[in-house]
Design a protein around this ligand. Structure first.
Ligand code: AMP
Length: 334
């Protein structure tokens, strides 16, 4: 899509959850319309977008009409069925590109890609049978994590193993899905870098945030992360390397472990990221606007952080404290 703010162009967004909603708001701020595609009626993003299509990702007619109605397509989650993208791509560009999606949809291809560009990951072995799991444990050790190669999120689709684990039961509970066995990293910290790359190859990365998870779900992000300057710079360089290697356009989230002053890449998310919500109040231009700018051919904005930030993810009953949250000084609720 050529940069052109004058004609009220429309951004198609696959997925209408929280991230799609925040993308829609940013699109609107820059004068773009948005069209949400989501199987669920009344999805969060539909409240703040111009158009919504409620249809499944298998509905070729709905996908075709959606693609014809927009100037560019992006997405808020990475597990979009390939055939939906095949249909859309006949009519309009999809950013971030298919390579980024293919790489990150499968933990095996993701780790191989990272290793191939010279980045450290946890040791891993592909596991598709009971026998392979036993061999993998011999290689990696019993302190490890078994993860499904696809469709895992927020700690779902993974199990921690130790010397007492009944392997047959564990593998059965994964119902024969292809997995990887990963060595357990006894990390000092978890951090993430949110970066963006535009259509001319310019890159802008936010300061690394330190992430604290509870039960596999992100609870808190603290910025700046409590890491030294060298680690912070290295994490940003790693993110730039990933963005360039994927010829990426848009915002990306890169999750890393810090261990003994070294960085290990855990995961990449080819989209705006929930550990980057803090940029909405802590930076001049947030991750959502960077994404909209990148996919519409506009230059990236100033991602400088003007404040230290603590971002807390509100889960379940947390919202019962809304009044207190709304009254808190120096706080914003999304
Ligand atoms: P993931 O879905 O890969 O992001 O994993 C969810 C969470 O599990 C991560 O944020 C870590 O807290 C933890 N985790 C994942 N992989 C490992 C590993 N190899 N070693 C230690 N902890 C891990």
């Amino acid at each position: 899509m050529k940069p052109d703010l004058s004609k009220n162009k429309t951004i198609g967004i696959l997925g209408g959850g929280q991230l799609g909603r925040m993308l829609s708001s940013s699109a609107s701020k820059l004068g773009f319309k948005s069209h949400i595609y989501d199987p669920q009626k009344g999805c969060p993003a539909s409240q703040v977008s111009d158009l919504t299509t409620v249809a499944s990702y298998e509905d070729i007619k709905a996908l075709t009409n959606f693609a014809k109605s927009v100037d560019v397509v992006t997405y808020e989650f990475e597990n979009i069925p390939t055939q939906a993208l095949d249909v859309i791509e006949n009519y309009v560009s999809i950013y971030p590109n298919r390579k980024a999606l293919l790489t990150s949809q499968d933990r095996l291809t993701e780790k191989q890609f990272l290793n191939n560009i010279g980045l450290n990951t946890a040791p891993f072995v592909n596991v598709e049978t009971d026998a392979e799991l036993k061999n993998a444990i011999n290689k990696i050790g019993s302190d490890s994590i078994l993860k499904t190669r696809r469709f895992g999120y927020d700690g779902k689709g993974q199990a921690r193993l130790n010397s007492k684990t009944n392997l047959v039961d564990i593998f059965l509970s994964f119902q024969g899905q292809p997995c990887i066995l990963e060595g357990l990293i006894n990390f000092d910290q978890e951090i993430s870098v949110i970066g963006a790359r535009d259509q001319h190859g310019s890159i802008s990365c936010y300061d690394p945030g330190e992430n604290i998870h509870q039960n596999g779900i992100l609870r808190t992000t603290i910025v700046p992360a409590r890491i030294n300057k060298k680690i912070a710079t290295d994490a940003i360089i790693i993110t730039g390397k990933i963005l360039n290697a994927l010829d990426y356009i848009g915002t990306i989230g890169v999750e890393l472990f810090v261990k003994d002053n070294k960085l290990i890449v855990n995961e990449i998310a080819p989209r705006v990221h929930n550990s980057g919500h803090w940029t909405q109040n802590g930076c001049v231009i947030d991750q959502f606007e960077q994404h909209v700018r990148a996919i519409t051919g506009l230059p990236l904005g100033d991602g400088n952080r003007h404040s230290n930030v603590k971002m807390t993810n509100l889960l379940g009953d947390d919202i019962l404290n809304l009044e207190q949250l709304l009254n808190a000084r120096n706080s914003a609720v999304h």
